[in-house]
Ligand binder design. Structure first.
Ligand SMILES: NC(=O)c1ccc[n+]([C@@H]2O[C@H](COP(=O)([O-])OP(=O)(O)OC[C@H]3O[C@@H](n4cnc5c(N)ncnc54)[C@H](O)[C@@H]3O)[C@@H](O)[C@H]2O)c1
Length: 254
């Protein structure tokens, strides 16, 4: 077991039925944590819960849309009812609005505004809702760690997915720092991980980085485990850009 301190702790993971959220859940489960996977995709969620249960491990699947605050509170309550605490919150649900909404080709100002409402609601408000709901539990127990997912697009912008880029920038900077400030009196830390391209989808292999490849999903998950562990206890109110040097490369003018 790499991180014995996760034994018996509870990790709530949004976007837990795919990609980095799912692999985080598997890694926490292998380290003895109770895992709550939250996702809107019921079919995928059921499969993931079955797979983790078979380790064996304690896992709960909660199918909700993170844009609905009442449902977010229900998910929080189910997690506490089943496992008693919420020690770690990973806000992994999200994605670029134009990809998810299959937006037609065209300029920003010609897109239906609903697409950008969706982008802000899923990427920014969903995390805010989860922080708000779960911090109440963490504050009462006087401990907790929250992870926000930023993105390289929060650093360099994204002319197509404007709500995504703006949300990710907010998550990496204002929101992450503010949650760290709000959480400090209760021994709650907040850390953002901001990946460059990650191979959760084959298309990400086409994005350029200075190291000449996209990240393996496990490389990002290893950092999530580290920042939420005892070894990461001094990391707070900041973001970790894991982009294979992409941002530095762009600044160099290459
Ligand atoms: N993959 C990358 O290259 C990359 C790069 C930078 C940042 N990110 C960010 O990292 C996070 C994880 O990325 P990933 O590629 O592992 O994600 P993914 O697309 O593999 O999984 C996202 C999960 O979130 C769920 N989800 C989406 N909307 C939801 C909603 N409204 N309510 C509940 N669940 C919802 C989806 O069903 C899906 O299971 C995301 O926030 C993403 O924006 C990803």
């Amino acid at each position: 077991m790499e991180y014995p301190e996760f034994q018996g702790k509870t990790a709530v993971i949004t976007g837990g039925a795919s990609g980095m959220g799912l692999l985080s859940g598997k890694n926490y489960a292998k380290n003895g944590a109770n895992v709550v996977l939250v996702d809107i995709n019921r079919e995928a969620l059921d499969e993931c819960v079955k797979e983790i249960e078979a380790y064996p491990a304690n896992v709960l699947g909660v199918c909700i849309d993170i844009r609905d605050y009442d449902k977010v509170c229900e998910a929080r309550d189910k997690a506490v009812e089943r496992f008693g605490t919420i020690d770690i919150l990973i806000n992994a649900a999200g994605g670029a609005e134009c990809r998810i909404c299959k937006a037609p080709a065209g300029p920003f100002f010609d897109m239906p505004i609903d697409i950008y409402d969706f982008g802000i609601d899923v990427n920014l408000k969903g995390a805010l809702y989860f922080d708000h709901a779960c911090m109440k539990v963490m504050a009462a127990q006087k401990s907790g760690v929250i992870v926000h997912f930023g993105s390289i697009t929060g650093e360099e912008g994204c002319g197509k997915n404007i709500a995504y880029s703006a949300s990710k920038c907010a998550l990496m900077y204002g929101m992450n720092k503010s949650i760290a400030q709000a959480g400090a009196p209760y021994n709650i830390r907040s850390v953002a991980i901001a990946p460059g391209p990650v191979l959760t989808r084959p298309a990400m292999a086409n994005m350029k980085t200075m190291v000449g490849r996209a990240a393996e999903v496990q490389e990002i998950v290893d950092m999530i485990l580290y920042v939420t562990s005892k070894k990461g206890a001094f990391i707070n109110g900041t973001h970790i850009l894991m982009d294979g040097g992409r941002a530095a490369w762009q600044h160099s003018g290459n």
